[in-house]
Ligand binder design. Structure first.
Ligand SMILES: Cc1cc2nc3c(=O)[nH]c(=O)nc-3n(C[C@H](O)[C@H](O)[C@H](O)COP(=O)(O)OP(=O)(O)OC[C@H]3O[C@@H](n4cnc5c(N)ncnc54)[C@H](O)[C@@H]3O)c2cc1C
Length: 449
């Protein structure tokens, strides 16, 4: 065998799997056909957050009348900064791979047989395989991507010039983040969402607070909207069927945020005994092991949640198990949305628990009750804890700092910390995290703030 492990795909899942297996003494090859760092670093999380953070800084200045100078964005310079950040992060990853002796092979990998991978005509062999080939946007019949005015999120974010009227298909995480970005750039933005709730699957109050804020910013949101593109020759025209009406919506640009599929072409999964689910994602257990014990899968290719947060962890878990260390996926994977008001969420909602027949209750603290929210000039939002008995089942937060605060809740929940134990923890003052202390205080004794 040329290597103990061949990792196919150098996104965050592949990089973390390769580094971990190598740390545990395995010889590792990582095959990447495009850029190390994959979607997250090059096209998704990092570029989108660079842009969103910049527009939020401008928003913060303009919504603070006591700051007297005005701030505007230089979009060309911002894009240069984005490119610089991507390169810095990618260089660091490549440096780490190199330092741990992971052999990075540039090229398109094709699985020929168990343990045999062809990379651009050359065959390499490995004892274990890790599939971390990610997912790709799907061109749906009702929203066919055309590379011109009907685009996937990454292409839309990378336009040199952004058109004026933008219609976003899908009000999930990517749809909400892109709407925030484009609106802050003074574009006319419409979101078309098929489900009755923006951010389907998220806590209901959190979704309505997000909708309210986006609408206040001037974004048009259609829920229960069964839509399709009827013409995209000049502008993009949609027919939109609502429960009691039908409308035509028109934009200069459509961004389709729904529909992705596992990237599994070339992997010959059937031949090597790796099963997929009905949607084409590779089936894995909690150790990242596929139906073939010598083959692991991590990240988007292994199914929902399609998040870099999960992808990193699953790569580490796969690397651990290949390296002989027992490890399993965590019970709780937090998720963050970098919208105009940040969102952080982990665990179950009250609705989830009700459906499962579990008796639970919620405790909600509004951000206006927390002193730091006032000093930050962002008093909207709340933290909601979902508790069953003494156990914290979920935490859902919207407001400034939510994407950071949620990690503390993930820590507490993963370690099984009870509400009584959390009550004994002190949170520094004045910080946004005090909202956790206040929620526990109210739950166990009574409010302080
Ligand atoms: C706009 C947007 C914003 C996002 N923001 C966030 C966020 O803030 N936080 C978050 O957690 N998630 C976010 N995500 C999701 C996140 O980007 C993905 O979940 C994550 O990148 C998946 O990582 P991965 O390693 O599984 O796959 P990928 O990053 O897709 O990497 C797969 C790699 O495999 C390579 N590859 C595929 N096939 C082959 C082959 N045959 N041979 C060689 N190489 C191959 C590809 O070139 C690619 O580099 C966002 C997504 C989008 C679209």
């Amino acid at each position: 065998m040329d290597f103990d492990v061949i990792v196919i795909g150098g996104g965050v899942a592949g990089v973390s799997a390769a580094l971990r297996a190598s740390e545990l003494g395995k010889s590792v090859a990582l095959v990447e056909r495009d850029q190390v760092g994959g979607e997250c670093i090059n096209r998704a999380c990092i570029p989108s957050k660079t842009l969103i953070d910049a527009v939020k800084t401008v928003n913060r200045v303009s919504s603070s009348p006591w700051i007297v100078s005005s701030a505007t964005l230089d979009y060309a310079k911002l894009n240069e900064n984005k490119a610089r950040i991507i390169t810095a992060i990618k260089d660091r990853m490549e440096h780490n791979l190199n330092a741990r002796n992971v052999k990075v092979i540039k090229g398109n990998a094709k699985i020929k047989a168990q343990g045999e991978v062809e990379v651009d005509g050359r065959t390499i062999t490995g004892d274990h395989l890790v599939l971390s080939t990610g997912s790709v946007p799907l061109s749906l019949p009702d929203f066919p991507l055309n590379g011109r005015n009907v685009l996937d999120p990454w292409t839309a974010m990378n336009l040199k010039e952004i058109k004026n009227r933008i219609v976003i298909v899908g009000g999930g995480v990517a749809g909400v983040e892109l709407a925030t970005l484009f609106r802050a750039l003074n574009k006319e933005v419409t979101i078309l969402e098929l489900m009755p709730q923006l951010l389907p699957g998220f806590d209901r109050d959190l979704a309505s607070a997000t909708k309210k804020r986006l609408e206040e910013k001037g974004i048009r949101i259609y829920l229960n909207a069964k839509s399709k593109i009827v013409n995209s020759e000049g502008t993009v025209k949609f027919s939109v069927n609502l429960p009691n009406a039908s409308e035509e919506v028109e934009g200069d640009l459509a961004v389709v945020t729904i529909g992705r599929k596992a990237s599994t072409e070339n992997l010959n999964l059937k031949e090597i005994g790796v099963e997929t689910d009905q949607r084409g994602y590779v089936k894995v257990d909690e150790r990242g092991r596929t139906t073939n014990p010598k083959v692991f899968a991590a990240g988007d290719v292994a199914g929902v949640p399609l998040s870099a947060t999960k992808a990193w962890r699953q790569g580490i878990v796969a690397g651990d198990n290949i390296g002989g260390k027992e490890s399993k996926m965590p019970k709780y994977i937090p998720s963050s949305i970098f919208a105009d008001m940040e969102i952080g969420t982990v665990g179950k909602t009250l609705d989830d628990l009700k459906k499962a027949g579990i008796e639970a209750r919620e405790i909600m603290v509004e951000m206006r009750d927390i002193p730091r929210a006032w000093t930050l000039n962002e008093t909207d939002g709340f933290l909601k804890l979902v508790v069953a008995g003494n156990k914290i089942e979920g935490a859902h937060m919207i407001g400034e700092g939510a994407t950071e605060v949620i990690n503390t809740m993930a820590l507490a929940m993963e370690l099984g910390i009870t509400t009584t134990q959390l009550y004994s923890v002190t949170f520094s003052h004045p910080t946004v995290s005090e909202v956790i202390g206040e929620a526990i205080q109210r739950l166990t004794h009574g409010e302080i703030y």
